[in-house]
Every structure is written in C-alpha cells, then in structure tokens.
Ligand binder design. Structure first.
Ligand code: TRH
Length: 377
C-alpha cells in the first residue's frame, strides 16, 4: 500500500518555505508514488511559484499533490504515515493528538534548514522531542555524506545540459520573457534581498568592455537597482541602459521557468535556500545572498559553505570567490572583487560544473526521506 505523507508548510516570509516543500511534495508523488498532502498557510505565496493554485480553495490537486489550506481553526484530520514539519513549524495540537492516537504513530520529521556546517552530519537523523507515543526526528538536508542531501529531481542534470546545448531553445525561452540580449553580452540573473553593495558591483559591470544584460526578477532588490539607475519607476518589462549594463526587470516566473533562467545565464546571483540549490544544479558560477539571522549566525553558515565549495581550487580562485561572497553578504568592495573573479573565470566556471556533478553523487533529499522511512518501518 502507498504510504501517505503530510507536509506542513508555514510561510514565514519570502518563498523558501513553500519553494522547498512544494518541490519535495511533487517529487515524492512523481518519483516515489507517495500520497502527499501539502498543508500551506499562505496560498498567495504559493501562487507566485505555481500560478494554477486557487487561493480560495481549501482543497485542490496540483501535480498529483493534494494541496490543503492550513487554516487557523484546525478541523480534525487523520494523521498520515509520515509527517513532515518543515523548518520547525508547529503542528496543530489536534493533529498531534491524531498522530498519537494512531495504532502505530507516524514517522514524524522536522525538515531543517540547509547548512554546510560540520555539526549537521552528527545531528541528522537523531531523535528530537516526543509527543505521547510519537517520536520526532531531525532531518537535515546537506552537502556532505551523512546528511539528507539536496532536492534534485530525476533527470534534472540531463535536462539542464540538453537545454544549455540548445541555443535555439534558450533563445525561445528568453524571448518568451521578452529578453533579447546582444550576442556578446554576459547574462546575469539577480535574485537577492536588499543589498547596499549592488551599486558598486554594477559600476564595475557598467565600466567593463564586455556588455552585461542583467535580468532581475521582481522582488526586494529592485529598490537598490532603482537607486543605481536613478529612476523612480521599475516594473516588469522595463529595460534601462547604463554604461555597458542593460538592466531588465522580469516577472516572477513559475519554478520550472526559474530553473531555465538560471540555466541560460553565465552567472547567477541567488538567495535563501531553494534558489541557492538550483543555481548549483545550473552548473554555472554563482553568488549567494544568504538569509540574514540574528547575531550574524548566518555568516558562520556562509563560511562553512565556502570552505566546502572552494576545496580543491587554486588559492587565487578560492580567494576570489571568498572575497566576492563575503563582500556581498558582509559589506566590501564588490567592484574590485568582481574584477578579481573575472581573472579566474575559466577555473571558477569549470568548478561550478564539477561541484554540481560531485553533489549529484549523493542521494537526493526525497529519496533519502523515503529510505529513512523504509528503514524506520
Ligand atoms: O525567497 P527566499 O529568500 O526564501 C527564504 C529562504 O528560504 C530562507 O532560508 C528562509 O528562512 C526564508 O525564506 C523564510 O529564497 P529561496 O529559498 O531561494 O526561495 C525562492 C523560491 O522562489 C525558490 O523556490 C525559487 C522560486 N522562484 C520562482 O519560482 N520564480 C522566480 O522568478 C524566482 C526569482 C524564484
């Protein structure tokens, strides 16, 4: 019999919570034939990634996933075989009772945030709290063996490589977004939180001999882009040129299209958790704007990832990546760091593909979850 899964997603802010859980839910259905209910408390955030979502429906099916609005007033529901609380969200009290009432309590997992820190390996899979007969476990995604791995759909890298070889498919895709870049332009996608370092970076791009076409999905960085362009209005479709840079604002596209955007670009600036992972699967050089946390603990996470990511690189390339990422996240001369990166571009490019292949050797997160369940029963 098919195992039933309940995934609970509370949208704290932004799109990472729903981005990750929606991707996972789809994959469990498509690749592991699971019966999945995805409980989401904010369907509007979901709609941005998946425009078919009906924000007024309390129950609907999307890509084989039963999508349920997670209401403030919880109505009694039987508990599933596997229960995932994403990013430590608090389950409804009545649902926890339902878990405990089952003849065999479900496998209850807390799907944690992604981190490259060492301690993750030691904590992955450990028991956490207990509620009556139900035992909760920590489940950590990660980059190292011994973690839960990263979300990666079957055939993703093959699809990506085929697309990157197919210039016509790329041109058609970009044209669909209203983008037609000069043939010698460097394509950069920019998805980031507000960042005071942007102007400095764009100055360097504007002064470059090679043109840049900067694609900016609608979002939080637009204020900084506007300031740099010294314009009042920036909306979807706007194109503005300053020096060697053409800035173009893109609509927020569905998740699958965002992948294709990353695959088209020579360089991707990404943020948070899910777009960060997708940029790695794109196999192209990238820049991560990490989600800020209290007491700057995000900077430890940044450093842990950089330590891992830059292993095996020449000292010049390692310094160039470290410098750029630190400047973007902690303040620094983005313009100078960008120029330094350009000096080691071939090595950094090659490395992006190698890192991707290396990461793809690990079991993906959905497969690891299913295996965890099979070991548990
Ligand atoms: O939106 P985010 O900043 O989400 C963040 C982080 O996950 C952070 O760790 C978490 O604590 C916080 O949310 C609550 O960045 P992230 O994780 O990259 O999620 C963005 C999602 O949006 C991702 O699934 C990709 C998707 N996306 C689209 O579908 N279309 C688009 O056009 C763009 C730009 C993104």
């Amino acid at each position: 019999m098919k195992a039933s899964w309940d995934i609970f997603c509370s949208v704290v802010d932004n799109f990472g919570d729903i981005g990750v859980t929606w991707r996972l839910a789809r994959q469990l259905v498509a690749e592991h034939q699971c019966e999945v209910r995805l409980w989401v408390d904010d369907l509007r955030a979901f709609e941005r990634l998946c425009p078919e979502v009906d924000i007024s429906a309390f129950r609907q099916w999307q890509a084989g996933v039963e999508v349920r609005h997670w209401p403030t007033e919880w109505a009694a529901q039987p508990a599933a075989d596997v229960v995932i609380a994403a990013f430590a969200c608090q389950l409804p009290a009545a649902y926890m009772e339902a878990m405990a009432e089952r003849e065999r309590p479900p496998l209850w997992l807390n799907l944690d945030y992604l981190s490259a820190e060492d301690w993750v390996v030691g904590c992955h899979g450990l028991p956490s709290v207990k509620f009556k007969g139900a035992q909760k476990y920590f489940f950590f995604p990660g980059f190292r063996p011994g973690t839960g791995g990263l979300l990666r759909e079957v055939g993703l890298l093959e699809r990506r490589r085929a697309f990157q070889k197919d210039t016509l498919a790329q041109r058609n895709f970009l044209q669909g977004l209203g983008v037609s870049a000069a043939s010698d332009a460097r394509l950069i996608s920019l998805f980031a939180y507000e960042n005071a370092g942007l102007g400095n970076w764009l100055d360097a791009l504007a002064a470059d001999t090679r043109p840049t076409h900067l694609l900016v999905p609608e979002g939080r960085i637009l204020g900084d882009v506007k300031r740099w362009l010294a314009c009042d209005e920036l909306h979807v479709g706007t194109q503005q040129v300053r020096g060697a840079v053409t800035v173009q604002v893109l609509p927020f596209v569905r998740q699958e299209q965002y992948d294709q955007l990353l695959w088209c670009c020579d360089f991707n600036a990404v943020r948070g958790e899910d777009s960060f992972v997708r940029a790695q699967w794109a196999g192209r050089p990238m820049l991560w704007h990490i989600y800020r946390q209290d007491e700057d603990i995000h900077l430890d996470k940044l450093e842990a990832f950089l330590d891992l990511y830059t292993q095996g690189l020449s000292p010049q390339a390692r310094d160039a990546i470290n410098g750029l990422w630190q400047a973007w996240n902690a303040g620094g001369d983005m313009g100078q760091c960008w120029k330094t990166l350009l000096n080691v571009w071939p090595e950094v490019s090659l490395h992006a593909e190698q890192w991707c292949l290396e990461q793809a050797l690990q079991a993906d997160l959905a497969a690891a979850l299913v295996q965890f369940y099979l070991n548990w029963i």
